[in-house]
Design a binder for this molecule. Structure first.
Ligand SMILES: NC(=O)C1=CN([C@@H]2O[C@H](COP(=O)(O)OP(=O)(O)OC[C@H]3O[C@@H](n4cnc5c(N)ncnc54)[C@H](OP(=O)(O)O)[C@@H]3O)[C@@H](O)[C@H]2O)C=CC1
Ligand SMILES: CC(=O)C(=O)O
Ligand SMILES: [Mg+2]
Length: 767
């Protein structure tokens, strides 16, 4: 089995796919469909107008339909990952997965199409007929040699890019990795001896590309299931025989003697430690079969500590997987309406990837993969898929190469502006959340789940642990182990449970709270009762005493009650009142709303302080803060009362040195609409629409967030508490298990660097 650090059960994988709406994709309308008029425009009779326009000028399809951003991911399921021919229907989860990766990484809309035929001609006809619908075709998981015939014929017949990703996507990423691995081991492509295991779609394309880049034909030995592909074999088709060589080697083991490079695009576990021991010094081992590689990296490393090792998986260093390429390659091709993805575009992508890996990694990416090396070297020969730079670097290289090589139908005049547009397409908050998850994995923390008897909380704790985000510490008095068992956990005793009825830590928890409050009216016996009766007090005391790094609670009582209890044990940050921030993540923008949780009527000082801390929070989320102090009036229009505090906050900020933009008072429709600001209030100090709305009071902040969540269809996260001395997050009572996991990850992520929890506990002064 694997030594991977991502663990999940088969049930989890199935639940992931079946929960909520089955599958991974849905279609969302981009235009309003609310009124009779909307319907008349979207469909008959209004739709007739673009129909006639496109009939007269076909390129207008790119202006009036989704074609220009739409890719079909098409398979017949004859080579699903490394699982073999499992048929068109079984390929659907992979193709849906590919479609969502297109969206997630490059904002390309993609739809999966599975064709139930193994007849090349029928497949080709079916795909060719789809040309009007799509801006590009991604062929996927079609076995060799049919895939060669299919792709070649479709490229000739179609006037949009047709790209078999298992061939060229893989070849591009492999080439980038190989360039860098050779660079690190001082090898020249012209000298290396390569063994390619597999002679299918991916293997043949990789071999062709590396030969085109300078690897000598006579230095490459390819193997299939029957062993080495040598000149004496009589069972070879034209694609395999093109790579047959004169050699005495007959098996993979023979071929690997003295080889510099192993490129595995075959099947799981076919490479042994003994074979690796025969390879040259500093061997380069790319075991790229999916989902399980030809050899697991720890085994390869044990046999050859001097090796550079890559796999197709995200849970080991050096992920050589086509996910690093296809989203961005299609992004660039679509943006210039390319008619093909040609060799120039492929080479530009490979070079851009290789160069990017040699550049310093941005701080947030390094932090996210903190446990692993993130500077160019043996464990980092290729960028990581979550690196936000991939989009602009690879897509712009591909678009430029398309223009230079004459397959672009439109041109990009200003590449700086284009790169800026590409950055904006990726919602930074979505990226930051992904990075927060990665960061949690590489720096796992101990998180107290204060409501450890609630099924939802336990589900979250299980998911938190199994995803590798950290160690959940469950606070509960009932039989928590029994509850875990009911939820399908086989080894409940492996979870840590703290019970305030019998924990040896109770005495110290009481001491801690009593110490804080004994001069403010609390008797020791009252503190004992608090600890005994309320898990929030006990959990918060455990946090304060260093038994864990962070805490989450909130699902069993109103937010304000949980917060009040927590604040009796955990101090506020110096000179600050805590407040709540909600994150509204809508299609193309993220907006923060504050204070959604604590102070009912903040005065000018409190509003200014909320603005300042919200700006810091926004930066941590990857947003450059632009604050609007929100009112129902904009700069006194219409005239009204209750705006003094907002104006006061603005002038308080005017009096200090701030490094963020702020403006107010403003109504939300003006704050969020920069065109309107420039038109009616050209003196605005914002440089774009506001992304932090500091509301005049708790009512407006809290109500607007809840309305957006329930009516607006927006994804609203939070409230996140800002301003407590120790990381505590309080979930809304309606939180789902997955909301709780996000909160736990964010709470763990805001742990300041200090002594690890357990150590602090031990070094605390004796009571
Ligand atoms: N990391 C990445 O990005 C990618 C990885 N891959 C992986 O590469 C593998 C092949 O995919 P693909 O090319 O699309 O599939 P194909 O079906 O086109 O090719 C499979 C090839 O693997 C060979 N093979 C299978 N088992 C063995 C074995 N035990 N020893 C030697 N060769 C073997 C087959 O040999 P024969 O010709 O004798 O049948 C065939 O040549 C899969 O595991 C896939 O997951 C693919 C694309 C991208
Ligand atoms: C990654 C991929 O496309 C494959 O393994 O088939
Ligand atoms: Mg594939």
């Amino acid at each position: 089995m694997s030594d991977s650090n991502i663990k999940f059960s088969e049930k989890e994988a199935l639940d992931f796919h079946s929960q909520g709406r089955p599958g991974k994709i849905e279609i969302v309308a981009t235009k309003p469909m609310a009124t009779q008029r909307d319907l008349s425009l979207a469909y008959s009779p209004g739709v007739a107008v673009p129909v006639r326009a496109i009939a007269a000028n076909p390129t207008l399809a790119y202006d009036y339909t989704a074609k220009g951003n739409l890719v079909a991911v098409i398979s017949n399921g004859t080579a699903i990952l490394g699982l073999g021919n499992l048929g068109a229907l079984a390929a659907k989860p992979v193709m849906e997965g590919k479609a969502v990766l297109f969206k997630r990484f490059a904002d390309v809309d993609a739809i999966d199409l599975e064709l139930a035929t193994e007849d090349c001609d029928r497949f080709i006809d079916a795909v060719a007929l789809l040309e009007p619908s799509f801006g590009g075709i991604n062929l996927e998981d079609i076995a060799a040699p049919d895939c060669f015939v299919i792709e070649q014929t479709l490229r000739e017949r179609m006037n949009i890019p047709v790209f078999h990703d298992d061939q060229h996507g893989t070849a591009i990423i492999t080439a980038a990795g190989l360039i860098n691995a050779c660079h690190l081991t001082n090898r020249k492509l012209g000298d290396i001896k390569v063994v390619v295991n597999g002679a299918g779609a991916a293997a043949i394309a990789c071999t062709e590309l590396v030969k085109a880049m300078g690897v000598k034909g006579g230095n490459v030995i390819m193997c299939d299931r029957k062993g080495v592909i040598h000149k004496g074999r009589t069972d070879l088709d034209q694609w395999k025989s093109a790579h047959a060589v004169e050699t005495d080697a007959r098996t993979l083991a023979d071929a690997l003697k003295g080889a510099d490079v192993f490129l595995g695009l075959s099947a799981a576990n076919v490479l042994t430690q003994d074979m690796l021991k025969q390879m040259a010094d500093q061997p380069i081992i790319f075991a790229m079969a999916n989902p399980d590689p030809e050899i697991w990296p720890p085994d390869a490393m044990e046999a050859r500590p001097d090796a550079i090792i890559a796999t197709g998986r995200s849970d080991f260093p050096n992920q050589v997987n086509n996910v690093l390429g296809f989203p961005f390659i299609f992004r660039g091709a679509l943006d210039v309406r390319a008619t093909a993805i040609n060799d120039e575009m492929k080479i530009a992508a490979a070079e851009a990837l290789a160069e990017l890996a040699r550049e310093p990694v941005p701080e947030e990416v390094a932090a996210a993969y903190g446990g692993r090396s993130q500077s160019f070297g043996r464990d980092y020969i290729i960028p990581a898929p979550f690196d936000p730079r991939l989009m602009e670097v690879v897509a712009s290289a591909v678009a430029e190469a398309a223009m230079k090589s004459g397959v672009a139908q439109t041109t990009i005049e200003d590449f700086d502006a284009y790169r800026h547009e590409l950055r904006a397409r990726l919602n930074p908050t979505v990226s930051v959340l992904s990075l927060a998850y990665e960061a949690a994995k590489s720096n796992p923390k101990r998180v107290l789940f204060a409501e450890g008897e609630e099924p939802n909380v336990l589900r979250a704790a299980i998911a938190f642990r199994e995803a590798g985000y950290g160690t959940p510490v469950l606070v509960g008095r009932e039989d928590v182990y029994g509850l875990l068992r009911e939820l399908g956990v086989d080894d409940p005793e492996s979870y840590e449970v703290l019970n305030s009825r019998n924990s040896p830590l109770v005495g110290r928890a009481v001491d801690h709270i009593y110490e804080k409050h004994r001069r403010h009216g609390l008797l020791r016996r009252e503190v004992e009762r608090m600890i005994n009766q309320d898990r929030n007090y006990f959990a918060a005391a455990m946090l304060a005493l260093g038994e864990a790094d962070a805490m989450i609670t909130g699902t069993t009582r109103p937010f304000s009650q949980s917060l009040r209890q927590v604040r009796q044990v955990i101090d506020d940050e110096k000179d600050a009142t805590p407040f709540g921030i909600n994150l509204v993540v809508s299609r193309n923008r993220t907006v923060l709303i504050a204070d959604t949780a604590v102070t009912e009527r903040p005065d000018a000082h409190q509003l200014a302080a909320i603005g300042m801390r919200a700006a810091g929070f926004a930066r941590r989320m990857g947003l450059e803060p632009r604050i609007a102090f929100i009112s129902y009036t904009t700069f006194g229009n219409p005239p009204g009362t209750h705006i003094e505090d907002l104006r006061g906050a603005v002038s308080l900020l005017d009096g200090i040195n701030t490094d963020f933009e702020y403006e107010g008072e403003m109504a939300p429709d003006v704050a969020l609409n920069y065109e309107m600001q420039k038109r009616f209030y050209p003196f605005t100090r914002l440089s774009g629409p506001a992304n932090i709305l500091v509301m005049p009071g708790l009512q407006s902040a809290n109500l607007s967030s809840k309305l957006l969540k329930n009516l607006g269809g927006e994804s609203v996260l939070g409230p996140f508490i800002v301003g407590l001395e120790l990381p505590v997050q309080i979930a809304p009572m309606t939180a789902t298990a997955s909301d709780l996991v996000t909160l736990a990850v964010l709470a763990a992520g805001s742990v300041r660097e200090r002594m690890p929890a357990k150590k602090r506990a031990r070094s605390a002064p004796p009571n």
